[in-house]
Design a protein around this ligand. Structure first.
Ligand SMILES: Cc1cc2nc3c(=O)[nH]c(=O)nc-3n(C[C@H](O)[C@H](O)[C@H](O)COP(=O)(O)OP(=O)(O)OC[C@H]3O[C@@H](n4cnc5c(N)ncnc54)[C@H](O)[C@@H]3O)c2cc1C
Length: 376
């Protein structure tokens, strides 16, 4: 039986560990933190990620712990006026687009890993090159600041797309938010909001463009008053939601050019370790789930020499398309004040009155893709 090491117990590490253990492999996960815990924040699991949860046998639990994302609303920041709202449900048929707490997702993945007899070693900071002598395969799921990615790609260490900060908070849902995602756009800023946990809580992600040359730490605590000051020009009911913020964390966002080397010898990258991305399409965890499915299947079917080549072949075109769409969203969300912004918003309002459903079409390739049906 192959002995496989996984570095990191986030979404990608726990998922690939579970899938491989279910297929009969001997899996050890190394996690540097002393406990598997999640910072308070929500996560959107779109149908392309959800089908992997189904494959893992945890979809019932995920459904119970989440809310259906019925529609997406795009609003202007000044008075919170709706520009466009389009349904998700009918366009995606019976596929599941869910909104949930990240801690609930991690709990579900952890329970699946444990029930598949994955051995999890907490408080163990691991080094891929050392583990590669002791294990047949090392899967590096060590996140956005992956040391393994740097080790495999020493000339591509630099982050790109670094000019953003994000704040994440969970507040009581006092504004009776609709069952879906609202994106409220402003020049240089936007806020994403959606309900979680039986609609009792509201997840807030607040993003601002600003110079950031060195702060890429995740989860720095921030003062709620400072956040309210930065977003004080947001009108409508969001202002009310901001008043509820008691605890908020700041994240220095970065993405990375897709690395040249996805693996070397018996080491291979997955999730944010492979492709850190800006959260402008909420796909990091979903792509981590997709990666996990593909990698587990490839490891089960092919020799390690073949695995990396096939992994790149299958995943890279989809990843490149996603990165392009994320860049477009980054630009569209933060349009500066002026003629162009006014025209774009008039266009959205017109679409809302005429053909709102057509707004979901550009994303159908992304959400409707069922990786578990792929002939690998
Ligand atoms: C503001 C914001 C909003 C987001 N919203 C969404 C969303 O709605 N939907 C979505 O799909 N994605 C979203 N994402 C992205 C998503 O959170 C990530 O893409 C996803 O969590 C990546 O999972 P991962 O397992 O690859 O990495 P991580 O979750 O970062 O896990 C990496 C793990 O590796 C461990 N580790 C690191 N180094 C070592 C080592 N040497 N030894 C042992 N352990 C190690 C870490 O402690 C950590 O537990 C968002 C991101 C941000 C910043």
């Amino acid at each position: 039986m192959l002995k496989i090491a996984v570095i990191g117990a986030g979404v990608s590490g726990l998922s690939v560990a579970s899938l491989l253990a279910k297929a009969g492999y001997n899996i050890t996960v190394f996690e540097k933190s002393d406990a598997i815990s999640e910072i308070g924040a929500g996560v959107q699991i779109s149908p392309n990620g959800f089908c992997v949860l189904k494959e893992m046998g945890v979809s019932e639990r995920a459904l119970k712990k989440s809310i259906c994302n019925n529609s997406i609303a795009i609003c202007d920041y000044q008075k919170g006026k709706r520009l466009l709202q389009f349904e998700q449900r009918s366009a995606l048929g019976n596929k599941n687009f869910r909104l949930m707490h990240r801690a609930d997702l991690i709990d579900i993945l952890l329970e699946a890993a444990e029930s598949n007899k994955v051995s999890i070693k907490l408080g163990c900071s691991a080094d891929a090159s050392l583990l590669s002598d002791q294990y047949s395969i090392v899967i590096a799921a060590d996140g956005v600041h992956s040391k393994t990615r740097n080790f495999l790609n020493p000339s591509q260490r630099k982050n790109s797309d670094v000019g953003y900060f994000a704040w994440r908070a969970i507040v009581p849902n006092t504004i009776n938010h609709h069952d879906g995602v609202r994106v409220t756009v402003a020049p240089n800023k936007h806020v994403v909001s959606y309900p979680i946990r039986d609609r009792k809580k509201l997840n807030l992600v607040l993003i601002q463009e600003c110079k950031n040359e060195g702060v890429f730490e995740w989860s720095l605590e921030e003062s709620p008053d400072q956040v309210r000051r930065i977003f004080s020009d947001f009108g409508g009911d969001l202002g009310e939601a901001f008043c509820e913020i008691k605890k908020v964390n700041r994240w220095g966002l970065s993405s990375h050019n897709i690395p040249t080397n996805w693996g070397k010898d018996n080491i291979v990258l997955i999730g944010d370790a492979l492709h850190p991305m800006l959260p402008f399409l909420a796909q990091g965890a979903n792509f981590a789930l997709e990666d996990a499915f593909v990698l587990a299947k490839l490891i089960d079917l092919y020799t390690m020499e073949e695995v990396t080549d096939k992994y790149v072949q299958i995943r890279k075109p989809r990843l490149l398309r996603l990165m392009k769409q994320i860049k477009k969203n980054a630009w569209n969300f933060h349009l500066k004040r002026g003629f162009f912004r006014a025209c774009a918003h008039r266009g959205l309002v017109l679409l809302d009155k005429t053909l709102p459903q057509s707004a979901e079409r550009p994303f159908r390739w992304l959400y409707s893709h069922d990786i578990t049906k792929l002939n690998i």
